[in-house]
Write a protein that binds this ligand. Structure first.
Ligand SMILES: Nc1ncnc2c1ncn2[C@@H]1O[C@H](COP(=O)(O)OP(=O)(O)O)[C@@H](O)[C@H]1O
Ligand SMILES: [Mg+2]
Length: 372
């Protein structure tokens, strides 16, 4: 036994962002202080299988080392959902036997199953502290309709929108088309309610494009949101912490394409990050304040990146969305905003791990049984 903190790093995943996650995991391992931490890797394959590996006690140099091979055991012949869970729960059980286990889980996954509250629920069930937002905030942060309802309740300005389910669309498409045309007009943005990375998002300039865009979005989710188009700069703020979160300086994204779509984000790499964003100090303060309010509105903890539009015609901020598991490579917006605000990548990791444990300890104060 040693007194290093054992961090379970979960990466890969059954998602379009599998490779981004591997890059992030490598960067995190390279930045973590091995005097303080020992890493237990959990690799989720593209098929969704979990593979755990030997503890990592020193820096590794390339991401191929993270592609853990599946051991051939009897367990492997089980259906993959069961397979996925066994390494995690085995780890939890090992703890009871006093063996080396995990002090804190650090999920580096994006999108469905990674930041939508499901893996967070798994950690709750396994009773292990974990980095990032809890179940509720993660789920809300994934659902563009639910987050908008909470932002509205918190009095944060946002664009106009309409939403409906696949079932409702099938029942009465013409009703929703009229609604959209009357209230939002063209062009408008059509999005699956629960997805990220701009997947399934399109801009529609007329009725024909609107219908095609809705059909496309409905392939990815049972719920679709349609928004009026905002003509604005894209401004983002990083938030970090639990009960007393801090907001970073704001940054700006200047997209290489017509909008910040999947290509602009991941393929051509030409979109520029401007950090800090150029704007008067009063505006910087205003958007940081709004970011903290949005964070509180979803009951955020750990971290989030809050994205805004700064409207060109009147200089007003409209909130676009909150991301509870923002891009986290060292050159992603979130860590860069903290870098500019005086916090290094390594310090950021220390903080996130500390906040995970603090939240867990805080929760231990809850009484679960009511004795009469
Ligand atoms: N209502 C809108 N008006 C103008 N541009 C938008 C609007 N909604 C989205 N966009 C553009 O599309 C991009 C992706 O949309 P977003 O809602 O942030 O989805 P994701 O969760 O995939 O990041 C934004 O960064 C922005 O460039
Ligand atoms: Mg976005």
């Amino acid at each position: 036994m040693n007194n290093k903190l054992r961090v379970g790093l979960v990466y890969g995943g059954k998602s379009g962002e599998h490779d981004v996650s591997l890059q992030t995991a490598l960067a995190v391992i390279q930045a973590l202080d091995f005097e303080k931490y020992e890493i237990k890797p959990f690799y989720i394959t593209k098929y969704g299988d979990w593979v755990s590996g030997k503890a990592i006690r020193e820096r590794i140099e390339n991401k191929e080392q993270l592609l853990l091979q599946q051991e051939v055991t009897v367990e492997n012949s089980r259906p993959s959902s069961v397979q996925a869970l066994t390494p995690l729960f085995r780890t939890a059980l090992e703890d009871q036997a006093g063996e080396s286990a995990i002090d804190v889980m650090f999920p580096l996954l994006h999108g469905t199953f990674g930041e939508d509250g499901t893996i967070q629920g798994l950690f709750e069930m396994a009773d292990i502290p974990y980095v990032g937002a809890g179940v509720l905030a993660s789920a809300v942060g994934m659902d563009k309709v639910m987050m908008k309802k909470l932002f509205a309740e918190a009095g944060i300005a946002q664009c106009m929108y309409r939403y409906f389910t696949r079932y409702q669309w099938k029942q009465d498409a013409s009703y929703y088309i009229t609604e959209i045309e009357v209230t939002l007009g063209y062009p408008c943005f059509v999005k699956p309610a629960n997805l990220g990375s701009s997947v399934g998002i399109s801009k529609a300039g007329n009725r024909e494009e609107l219908i095609a865009a809705i059909e496309e979005a409905l392939r990815f989710d049972r719920k679709v949101i349609v928004e009026e188009m905002v003509d604005g700069r894209e401004i983002e703020v990083a938030v970090l912490g639990n009960d007393e979160p801090l907001a970073s300086v704001p940054g700006e994204i200047v997209a290489s394409n017509d909008f910040y779509d999947y290509r602009a984000k991941y393929v051509d790499g030409k979109s520029a990050l401007v950090i800090p964003a150029e704007m008067p100090d009063a505006q910087k303060e205003e958007v940081r304040e709004l970011a903290l309010r949005a964070y509180a509105a979803i009951d955020g903890s750990g971290l989030s990146r809050v994205d805004f539009f700064l409207e060109k015609h009147n200089g007003q901020f409209l909130i676009n969305e909150i991301n509870t598991m923002p891009g986290f490579t060292p050159i992603s917006m979130y860590p860069m905003l903290w870098q500019e605000s005086g916090k290094s990548y390594q310090e950021l990791l220390d903080d996130l791990i500390r906040f995970a444990r603090e939240r867990y300890n805080d929760k231990q104060q809850n009484q679960y049984v009511f004795d009469v």
